[in-house]
Write a protein that binds this ligand. Structure first.
Ligand SMILES: Cc1cc2nc3c(=O)[nH]c(=O)nc-3n(C[C@H](O)[C@H](O)[C@H](O)COP(=O)(O)OP(=O)(O)OC[C@H]3O[C@@H](n4cnc5c(N)ncnc54)[C@H](O)[C@@H]3O)c2cc1C
Ligand SMILES: NC(=O)c1ccc[n+]([C@@H]2O[C@H](COP(=O)([O-])OP(=O)(O)OC[C@H]3O[C@@H](n4cnc5c(N)ncnc54)[C@H](OP(=O)(O)O)[C@@H]3O)[C@@H](O)[C@H]2O)c1
Length: 592
């Protein structure tokens, strides 16, 4: 049977040996070529750094050129810069099919280009040998696995380090790689099945070598299908469990199926286990106080981490950790055996809302969304004595394990020095990301042009931010605009807010009511808003105001909130990017 020009060809032993060598050669090319983009990025980064330092040196030594020449240089560089920014922005847009977001344009573009490159490597020097093509598809796919695994690592992720990015942002490329390699493996399986059918060899499916391949392919399909968004949303645990288990078993099955590919498979497993060890070493278990905020479904977790770690948290405002509940804490929950087992697979991310450098304390704020971890946290909060959320009595303390810190927001000094104006937008519990950033930016540079817009459903949602001496400063700060959007139905929350604000007050002649009214102030106009005026922030107006200060200002916008909020904000920013303005945008998503 022929597929295009390919045929089933009987080869001699020597010819099979040559085919094996060619297969290995192209697999190595494919693996090495995957390192090329990383190398290009590294060179780009080094050149950019060198140009930057050269530019700052020239600033002081160069004889100023004529204004006409300067203007000409500026306008041509400016045009290219603006074109580049527009292209970058365009690539960041969502690809939407039938109302479903299927990633972003850059992922599709790079994914398609990479598929085309790998397909080329799959056909070169295969002649008309059908089985050569079939085998090539398999080994080329597997040659990508070490990088594919590397892109998913949390702790030892060299790509995240090189790109000065976070493992979450790099993970989007892991997903692209996974789709590309799965496509090649599907073609490999389909061509082999066709070969067995056409040559009456279906009985070979029972041979150990073939069977292990069939089982590995089944495992891979399970892994890929449980990683689809609807399944992840339905049960993150199912996705996580199958990803970890199949991620280990499938490569081991493939070692039996395709021995020549074992180097790639052991490399993939090697980086996976090294990362796991590093993560375990970076996990600390400490006693935490868990409390709930009345009138909300928020839980606060206060814990102490060792002194040696606190500096890392302090240096990375807006970072997050992975929280797990160790066996010792589960005892008090009287959970069934299955639940105990489930908790072995629960490592949920939460942003560090506050760091207390003096006592090494971390504060987390978790919204209960109905899943097992947040439900357990709520139960643990319920088990503490009422009203004790902030008191540190030993009877209320529960051992909790914390791994981290992680996150992209580690480059604060870069944020302060590279931008003229910074806007932080938060929705609900998303302020756990933006508020620490806001505070850190101002403590680094009190004159920084930074503002924060925070939409919350009810006053109670902000109480966690209003503890201690910082409460007063936050309430008075006209660079922070808080908008309450829900019905006025949480007197408990506002009551607590009033207590917290009063507790953090130094100024004795202000009473709690005055503090509370600040919550309803439309920070933009500085006027208190009435209950009827409570509404969402007008993001278009916020964005337009941001750009009115100066044509040359470099703007940074960071958002952490509901998807719709981030989408709307991005759309408004896009208008200005298309006008040629320089904007760096970061969306800290709380789910993926
Ligand atoms: C970087 C980051 C920071 C976050 N910070 C906060 C915060 O400060 N406060 C807050 O209330 N919520 C935060 N979240 C969301 C929080 O992680 C989820 O609400 C929480 O894990 C849900 O737990 P659950 O038991 O209710 O449900 P689960 O069924 O355990 O999880 C529900 C959803 O949470 C997310 N999630 C769970 N585990 C993981 C994981 N290991 N890696 C990535 N995503 C996961 C997934 O989107 C999943 O679909 C953050 C999420 C991320 C990704
Ligand atoms: N994946 C997860 O499990 C998970 C867990 C925790 C949090 N999160 C995410 O974290 C974010 C915050 O969660 P939350 O539950 O704390 O939020 P929330 O209570 O729903 O509050 C969000 C606030 O933002 C406002 N808002 C929404 N869209 C907006 C828009 N387009 N423009 C202006 N304001 C807008 C809302 O106004 P309205 O009241 O008018 O809607 C509300 O005041 C959300 O993205 C949530 O999905 C995800």
């Amino acid at each position: 049977m022929a597929l295009f020009t390919y045929h089933f060809i009987d080869l001699s032993k020597a010819e099979k040996h040559v085919r094996r060598q060619t297969l290995d050669k192209y697999a190595l090319y494919a693996q090495l070529s995957a390192l090329l983009p990383v190398l290009v990025i590294l060179i780009f980064w080094l050149v950019k750094r060198a140009l930057k330092s050269e530019a700052s040196r020239r600033k002081y030594t160069a004889v100023p050129s004529s204004p006409v020449q300067k203007q000409r240089q500026r306008s041509s560089a400016g045009t290219w810069g603006s074109r580049f920014r527009r292209a970058q922005w365009w690539l960041g847009e969502d690809v939407v099919v039938a109302n479903v977001v299927l990633g972003q344009r850059d992922q599709w573009l790079i994914g398609l280009l990479w598929t085309a490159w790998l397909l080329l490597l799959c056909v070169l020097e295969t002649g008309q040998d059908y089985l050569h093509l079939t085998k090539r598809l398999g080994i080329i796919a597997v040659s990508q696995w070490p990088l594919q695994y590397l892109l998913a690592l949390k702790s030892l992720n060299p790509v995240a380090y090189l790109l000065r990015s976070s493992h979450e942002q790099v993970n989007r490329w892991h997903r692209v790689m996974a789709r590309v390699t799965t496509t090649l493996l599907c073609l490999h399986a389909a061509l082999y099945l066709n070969f067995f059918v056409q040559t009456d060899r279906l009985h070979r499916l029972g041979d150990p070598v073939v069977l292990s391949g069939v089982m590995a392919f089944g495992g891979l399909l399970l892994l890929v299908s449980t990683a689809l968004r609807p399944v992840r949303r339905y049960s993150y645990r199912l996705f996580f469990f199958i990803h970890v288990v199949a991620g280990i078993i499938v490569p081991l099955q493939l070692v039996i199926h395709a021995a020549p590919a074992k180097t790639f498979l052991f490399e993939a497993l090697g980086v996976f286990f090294l990362d796991l060890i590093s993560r375990k070493l970076d996990t600390v278990t400490g006693y935490a106080t868990v409390g709930s905020i009345p009138g909300t479904n928020l839980v606060t977790i206060s814990t102490i981490v060792p002194r040696s770690k606190i500096d890392r948290y302090r240096a990375r405002p807006g970072s997050h950790i992975y929280l797990s509940i160790p066996a010792a804490a589960r005892k008090s929950m009287n959970a069934a055996f299955v639940s105990h087992l489930l908790f072995e697979f629960l490592f949920n991310p939460f942003t560090v809302a506050a760091v207390d450098e003096e006592n090494g304390g971390l504060t987390l704020v978790a919204r209960h969304y109905g899943g097992p971890m947040t439900a357990a946290l709520r139960r643990l909060a319920g088990a503490s004595k009422p009203g004790n959320s902030n008191r540190s009595t030993d009877e209320n303390k529960i051992p909790l394990s914390i791994e981290g810190p992680y996150g992209a927001a580690s480059r604060l000094s870069w944020l302060c020095t590279s931008f003229d104006r910074i806007l932080l937008v938060a929705g609900g519990v998303g302020a756990t990301f933006t508020l620490p950033l806001y505070r850190a930016i101002l403590s680094e540079n009190p004159a920084a042009k930074v503002e924060m817009v925070w939409a919350i459903r009810s006053a109670g949602d902000a109480t966690w931010a209003l503890t201690g001496k910082e409460a007063q400063a936050l309430m008075k700060d006209d660079k922070i605009s808080i908008f309450t959007t829900g019905e006025f139905s949480d007197p408990e929350g506002t009551g607590l807010l009033r207590q917290r604000a009063a507790a953090g007050r130094h100024d004795d002649d202000l009473d709690g009511e005055v503090e509370l009214s600040a919550m309803y102030r439309d920070g933009r106009r500085g006027r208190p808003t009435s209950q009827h005026n409570r509404k969402r922030p007008d993001l278009q107006k916020v964005v337009d105001n941001l750009f009115k200060h100066g044509q040359d200002e470099r703007i940074a916008v960071l958002v952490c909130g509901p998807n719709d909020m981030a989408k709307e904000l991005r759309a408004h920013l896009g208008v200005w990017v298309n006008k040629g303005r320089s904007v760096w945008y970061h969306n800290e998503g709380f789910g993926f």
